[in-house]
Design a protein around this ligand. Sequence first.
Ligand SMILES: Nc1nc2c(c(=O)[nH]1)N[C@@H](CN(C=O)c1ccc(C(=O)N[C@@H](CCC(=O)O)C(=O)O)cc1)CN2
Length: 295
Amino acid sequence: MAIRIDGKVISAQVLDGVASDAAAFLDSYGIKPGLAVVLVGEDPASQVYVRNKIARATESGLNSIEHRLPMDTTQDTLNQLVADLNADPAVHGILVQLPLPAHLDEEQIIAAISPEKDVDGFHPVNVGALSVGKESLVPCTPQGCMIMLEQVLGDLSGKHAVVVGRSNIVGKPMAALLLQANCSVTIVHSRTPNPQALAQQGDILVAAVGRPEMIGADWIKPGATVIDVGINVIERVGPSGGTQRKLVGDVDYAAVEPVAYAITPVPGGVGPMTIACLMKNTLVAARRLQQMSGV
Ligand SMILES: Nc1nc2c(c(=O)[nH]1)N[C@@H](CN(C=O)c1ccc(C(=O)N[C@@H](CCC(=O)O)C(=O)O)cc1)CN2
């Protein structure tokens, strides 16, 4: 039986660390690290994520500032809010929940956030710093995956890691972090011929494709560690004949678990780590901004 890498347990450890760091920050500077969370529109999943982010921030001793804007918010209004948050010394981290409504330009908004307050780590300055191995704010989901991998495997040097998916939010930064940890890294994507054959060579497999249960046992090297980043809602026929909604990952957990060394579940795996790392990044940003201000 594979080790179940429990994101709820590991994220609670991360959040404990954030809470004591936040208390020390308050002691030193007389203010709480501040996280501004911006939600545009009423996407139900985004509302849940934002609610959870605010709850974790409050529990960890951070000051969370919530901005809910209507669906028809203009790019100018959102830009003005981001500019105000950039200028506000009480705000150390800014997070604009994605996806934005289709009429808004995500790339432009991400670039408008001050790189020092970009706790998502999506700003081109932070992306560039990560790719050359310089200190940066690291995207939360891949950061959470690295914490889980290092907790279960220790030193990752020399391991062959296969990342399935090449998104800017997960696949690319994940590959950069694995490379920084001295793994040999293969990225597999929609244009890769025979991706399964490459995936089968991975000591570590990270699935971030957004396709429910796409990765079966025949993608996995026996004894591999499997990190499932996917969060997909599917509908299945339940025992009473009606349809049931279920949350599944990109990995077919039941099929893969018997061949893996360790595996993350969905839910309760990578998801809670994403939120915990957001809190961690807010602390990192707050400390740096405070040092830069020289106060
Ligand atoms: N600005 C950002 N937008 C988005 C990000 C992000 O990192 N920054 N990531 C995702 C959504 N996301 C965080 O925002 C996120 C998704 C899922 C979870 C989570 O804890 N999932 C639970 C299940 C929750 C459920 O029942 O629906 C789990 O996996 O156990 C946390 C954060 C896209 N947007």
